[in-house]
Design a protein around this ligand. Structure first.
Ligand SMILES: [Zn+2]
Length: 211
């Protein structure tokens, strides 16, 4: 995902990335009302709605938690995320609301598979990252890989970060996986296709120059 950073849906927030249309849009909040009873129209305590001003769809919140549409705290995956990683990413998206720890562990697996996709053995992420660094890996991408690796490790081993206390940390990892995909897959693909459109003569001159 490029452009604006993902803003997850949050209770009573005036704008966020809509769980229905994925656009960053203003949200109109309202409380759920029950039918009339002897004391008049009553609020159903703890139930609220947000209407998206972009797609007009409604999200439903109970006790400050998004319950519909489901699984939408995480940003959508970069469309260039390799197919063999897509399912793990989607599963992490579905569970992050209930188990940030489980999501972080799955995202660590995504990074392990991304290293393999980039030509590394994919058995030991630490060694794979070191090998990518030797091949000239962009330091920002290296740091993104290391953050997902370290936080993902904390999820499966007793550590110092309590992920379930801080869902924001797990949500940030989704952004990092998308940043890695953007830098390592989307951008090279786009640049190669532009380069291929240069006249053959110009490309030959460049090849000669670089000998
Ligand atoms: Zn919307």
């Amino acid at each position: 995902m490029s452009g604006q950073l993902y803003t997850p849906p949050e209770h009573n927030k005036s704008a966020f990335h809509c769980p229905s249309c994925q656009a960053y849009a203003n949200q109109m909040w309202g409380e759920a009302l029950s039918s009339f009873n002897s004391s008049g129209l009553q609020n159903i305590v703890g139930v609220s709605f947000a209407d998206c001003t972009h797609c007009r769809n409604r999200s439903i919140w109970v006790g400050g938690k998004l319950i519909y549409p489901a699984s939408s705290l995480a940003p959508p995956p970069n469309p260039d995320l390799p197919e063999e990683i897509f399912d793990d990413y989607e599963e992490a998206s579905r569970i992050v609301g209930d188990s940030p720890r489980g999501a972080a562990a799955l995202l660590r697996l995504c990074v392990q598979k991304l290293c393999k996709h980039l030509g590394e053995p994919g058995k030991n992420i630490n060694a794979d990252i070191a090998s990518l660094v030797k091949k000239g890996l962009n330091p920002i991408v290296q740091k993104s890989l290391d953050v997902v690796r370290v936080v993902g490790n904390e999820a499966v081993h007793p550590g110092t970060i309590d992920l379930n206390d801080e869902p924001d940390t797990a949500i940030a990892l989704f952004n990092l996986v998308n940043i890695i995909t953007e830098a390592m897959i989307t951008q090279p693909k786009m640049i190669e296709s532009l380069y291929d459109k240069l006249p053959t003569e110009k490309r030959n001159q460049i090849d000669q120059r670089d000998l």
